[in-house]
Write a protein that binds this ligand. Structure first.
Ligand SMILES: *Cc1c(COP(=O)(O)O)cnc(C)c1O
Length: 368
């Protein structure tokens, strides 16, 4: 049903820019001896975009949702499919059927994967996760990780130890540094010494770890990254890290929304400030009195994009003021061109807005 009643809101996806970004990231990682799994959860595995990762040279696709890997399977795409959230015990038949590799931290789950793989007459690869301080998934105890690796290697017939990995910058906001990568490499070396063979995968993280590659300070020994954001929408490297990334297009995604009201109004609410549309207590300081201003209302809201702070208007002079479930309010006092009701307005997008927009049944997606 996605947005089939009318033309807007629309998410426009530029497939050439998308592929270009993939190629640029893959090329730079390859020069550092690193292969890249393309992570597709950030756009809910947009069907028309999935083949681009392979065309760009990615080492298969990854996602935190099996539904996304199912779409990749339907398309018969080349390369291993990687489940990047610890699989659920209740979902192992589907996991083994759809994914080639999964990230893991629980021996009980790995044991059950082995049983399920036996039933399906398949081999499933596992990457054991080490928690290096971000406090999301992974073994905290290094010895326990190494022991589990040896157990997988020696005892489990249908599960193959593909490697180890880590994740940073997700829960604990911990930065990827050469020191953190060296910790992971040390664990990899301990595992390799114990099993007497090199690991296929030493996975140093996602987009958060890419600056080390781009700055040429990624320690040798990391040979894999799982990259989503830096391929599309590709804004964090410049916006968060302040890196110069002229080789990446930051406008792979464009949001188009339609103006349904334009009026001159006070900028400070008139009456007793009480609660907003979400039942949240009104905060007087959140409203700034700038006198009478020209404002437009667009037919799109928090239900579609979640966070209006992550919408960057393309038209100079437009400023996002706020939003409710179904309305986005922008200040257009300083816009030079004459805007009219019915006009379409464009926005650049960050990661979170793309996640929500691609899951909203009210937003249509168009590929160019
Ligand atoms: C989401 C995720 C990634 C990709 O993160 P980006 O910041 O989009 O590159 C990689 N690994 C894991 C485990 C993830 O959950």
């Amino acid at each position: 049903m996605a947005g089939d009643l009318g033309s807007y809101p629309t998410l426009v996806v530029d497939l050439n820019k998308f592929r270009h970004n993939g190629e640029q990231i893959v090329k730079r990682c390859a020069a550092a001896g690193i292969k890249v799994t393309g992570v597709v959860k950030g756009h809910n595995a947009l069907p028309s975009a999935l083949r681009l990762y392979g065309e760009a040279g990615c080492y298969g696709l990854g996602s935190s949702r099996l539904e996304h890997l199912a779409e990749a399977r339907r398309q018969n795409l080349a390369g291993p499919l990687m489940m990047i959230r610890i699989p659920m015990l209740s979902q192992l038949p589907e996991l083994v059927g759809l994914a080639d590799i999964s990230l893991n931290s629980e021996p009980a789950i790995i044991r059950a994967i082995n049983e399920e793989a036996k039933r399906q007459d398949k081999t499933h690869g596992v990457v054991l996760m080490a928690d290096l301080g971000d406090l999301r998934e992974g073994f905290w105890d290094r010895d326990e990780l190494v022991k589990t690796a040896i157990w997988v290697e020696r005892e489990l017939d249908q599960v193959e130890l593909k490697g180890i990995g880590t994740n940073l910058g997700c829960y604990g906001s911990i930065k990827a540094t050469p020191e953190k990568m060296l910790e992971l490499i040390e664990i990899a070396q301990a595992v390799e010494a114990a099993i007497d063979r090199p690991l296929d995968i030493v996975s140093g993280g996602g987009t958060m770890s890419l600056p080390l590659v781009l700055q040429g300070i990624m320690p040798a020994g990391i040979n894999h990254l799982r990259v989503g954001e830096a391929i599309a929408p590709a804004r964090d490297l410049s916006h968060i890290w302040g890196l110069d990334t002229p080789f990446l297009h930051q406008d792979v995604f464009t949001l188009q929304a339609e103006i349904v009201e334009i009026k001159d109004k006070p900028s400070y609410p008139v009456g007793d400030i009480f609660v907003d549309g979400f039942g949240k207590r009104g905060n007087k300081a959140a409203y700034v009195d700038r006198g009478i201003r020209k404002r437009a209302i667009l037919a799109i809201g928090k239900i579609d994009f979640a966070d209006d702070h992550q919408l960057d208007p393309r038209l100079p002079g437009v400023e996002v003021i706020g939003s409710s479930s179904d309305h986005l309010i922008v200040d257009i006092e300083d816009v030079k061109s004459g805007l009219c009701v019915g006009d379409m307005m464009e926005f650049d997008l960050h990661y979170t807005t793309v996640v929500y927009l691609t899951s909203s049944p009210y937003v249509r997606t168009v590929f160019i």
